[in-house]
Design a protein around this ligand. Sequence first.
Ligand code: FES
Length: 98
Amino acid sequence: MGNIKFVNENKEVIAADGANLRLKAMENGIDIYKFWGKMTNCGGYGQCATCIVEVVEGLENLSPRTDVENRKFKNKPDNYRLACQTLVNGPVSVVTKP
Ligand code: FES
């Protein structure tokens, strides 16, 4: 079990092992999408790349980057993740809409 801290929102939520980061955010009223993402997001299938978060602590407690993420984030720092592709296995802190 791990806590997910949403830094910008100053909110901490509890997550069971293997919880999906995008779903956890949505369940807890955390808005991970910018304007266009709200209208056009793919619903968590790793297609739109609008659910980006920056992991500021606990990167090692997340599932490894998927192939989709490796493609989308070729020129981005290692701590950028697609929330919908990320499973939480321990405490993390994330920044939404980096
Ligand atoms: S919601 Fe579309 S890539 Fe994550």
